[in-house]
Design a protein around this ligand. Structure first.
Ligand code: NDP
Length: 249
């Protein structure tokens, strides 16, 4: 349970990557300012987080199951938080999808929107009434540079992040009236399982319907330069966790 003076922070998607690192960084805060509720959809994946959390596990960090694609799971998770009191919500869970639209089913596209867009909407809808009642709160959303700019063969992922940015920009003005802040973080490339999966997808990628010039541009220009950018400027989950901590301080 949170001590008085500690802020309750709930983070989505803590089984790996950025979410895991944000959870651990906040739980290990030197001034013990945060009571971290790290959530993941499959608690069987908790070992990496528990190991990284060390002796903060069970003290400043606790775990709850949460699938952001399920209304029921979202409601149950928030109901399990004492008095439903969350000071800071960090919407981190997200999935990627790469490839020409002709090769992607509508069902796969919906899955990306269910997670990256409706997952955030569900969470905000659930925490907003209590934050409004208390007239305080901070909602952080993990967007991407691809929430600002379209990228070839990333059409659906980019669209899901654009949609989320539009939703959040509109909400921010309304939330401000209740003293609730809404912040978006827009990382460039970060070395996580997300990136590994993307590279695996690229290796298997087929290009039905795409014209030869676009495929050539993607393979000969975009991919090599992205890999160069990753190697030269790719950030670590620790970098994004430090940035997130600054945003909520
Ligand atoms: P990871 O793949 O390492 O982590 C994604 C996390 O989201 C996992 O914990 C995953 O859980 C979780 N997740 C997926 N679907 C759901 C769901 N339905 N309910 C709850 N959790 C879910 O990727 P990153 O850490 O890199 O990505 C985190 C965020 O950062 C994403 O929103 C991504 O779009 C964004 N981002 C990443 C960049 C990068 O280069 N890596 C760049 C810019 C933004 P599970 O293990 O169960 O799949």
């Amino acid at each position: 349970m949170a001590n008085s003076g500690q802020k309750v922070v709930l983070i989505t998607g803590c089984s790996s990557g950025i979410g895991l690192r944000i959870a651990v960084t906040l739980a290990k805060d030197e001034k013990k300012r945060y009571h971290v509720i790290a959530t993941m959809r499959d608690l069987k994946k908790k070992d990496k987080l528990v190991e990284a959390a060390g002796d903060t596990y069970g003290k400043t960090l606790m775990l709850l199951p949460l699938d952001v694609c399920s209304d029921e799971s979202v409601k149950q998770c928030i109901n399990n938080v004492k008095d439903r009191h969350i000071d800071i919500l960090i919407n981190n869970a997200g999935v990627g999808l790469l490839g020409p639209v002709e090769s992607i089913s509508i069902e796969e596209m919906k899955r990306v929107f269910e997670t990256n867009f409706f997952g955030v909407v569900r969470m905000i809808k659930e925490v907003m009434p209590d934050m409004k009642k208390r007239r305080s709160g901070h909602i952080v959303v993990m967007s991407s540079v691809m929430g600002l700019q379209g990228v070839v063969f990333n059409d659906v992922y980019t669209a899901s992040k654009f949609a989320m940015e539009g939703f959040c920009e509109s909400m921010a003005v309304q939330l401000m009236k209740f003293n609730i802040r809404l912040s978006m973080i827009e990382p460039g490339p970060v070395h996580t399982e997300f990136e590994t999966k993307m590279m695996e997808d690229v290796a298997k990628m087929e290009y039905p319907g795409a014209d030869a010039d676009t495929v050539r541009y993607f393979k000969d220009v975009y991919l090599p330069s992205s890999i160069d950018i990753f190697e030269a400027m790719g950030q670590t989950p620790e970098d994004i966790a430090k940035c997130t901590k600054k945003v909520i301080e």
